[in-house]
Design a binder for this molecule. Structure first.
Ligand code: B16
Ligand code: MG
Length: 223
């Protein structure tokens, strides 16, 4: 029985992924490294440091330069997300969080982002969740299972009772490594490893997600 939904933030509850893309693109322009949307797909859900390595495409920099570049990208990013308002909560998300609360199920946000607290504050969804595990923890980033395991621990739940909702391949991999089932949001080519794939949370309900997972249970192993 699923007792908690663990929501990724960027790409699931809000679309800050566009702002990450714009900020990396701007840094790429500063460095005269071309960077397009297709290349950006590989950065989805991965940490700031790994994203920088992918942007640099093998170009080596010192640790000091890497720190400065990450800080610069983050300044660009924070500048973009300052404009976030509750209207930037993706359709269906708020309704599912409210539904889960009424069902007595736990809701956590589990994000690789060090800016998660700011985003949650601007979206005004803090009251709808039980807690946050984010990139400010010392845990390894997705695809390692650490962030999801920390969330299960904070809820005092066995990981098998937690369901992850993710838009990134790295996030689905992390969920499975944590021993959790995953719902993938987006195209099958990206999140097809998840037990259930849906386009987004729009028009979905927690009940329908759980029912569809249950119907498909002969296709996967649940610990
Ligand atoms: P920051 P999520 C992830 O958030 C983003 O998808 C990814 O693009 C970003 O590099 C990562 O957070 C780190 O973000 O630079 O703000 O610390 O999808 O795990 O909610
Ligand atoms: Mg994401």
């Amino acid at each position: 029985m699923i007792r908690a939904f663990l929501f990724d933030l960027d790409g699931v509850l809000t679309d800050t992924s566009e702002f990450h893309f714009l900020a990396w693109k701007r840094l790429g322009e500063d460095l005269q490294i071309p960077f397009n949307r297709e290349q950006n797909e590989a950065l989805r859900g991965v940490s700031r440091r790994e994203s920088l390595a992918l942007l640099l495409q093998g170009k080596t920099v010192t640790e000091e330069e890497a720190q400065q570049l990450m800080e610069r990208k983050n300044r660009y990013y924070v500048d973009y997300i300052k404009k976030l308002t509750p209207a930037n909560v993706l359709p269906g998300s708020r309704e599912i969080l409210i539904e889960l609360a009424s069902m007595g199920l736990k809701r956590m946000i589990v994000s690789a982002s060090k800016n998660a607290a700011l985003v949650i504050k601007l979206l005004q969804i803090g009251d709808l969740i039980d807690g946050v595990v984010d990139g400010s923890s010392q845990a390894r980033s997705k695809p390692a299972p650490d962030l999801f395991l920390l969330a299960a621990k904070a809820l005092d739940l066995d990981p098998k009772f937690c369901l992850v909702l993710e838009d990134a391949a790295a996030g689905i991999e992390a969920a499975h490594a944590a021993g959790m089932l995953a719902v993938g949001l987006g195209p099958v080519e990206r999140v097809g490893a998840a037990e259930l794939v849906i386009p987004s949370l729009e028009g979905q309900s927690a009940i329908s997600i759980l029912k569809r997972l249950d119907k498909k249970k002969s296709t996967y192993t649940w610990a």
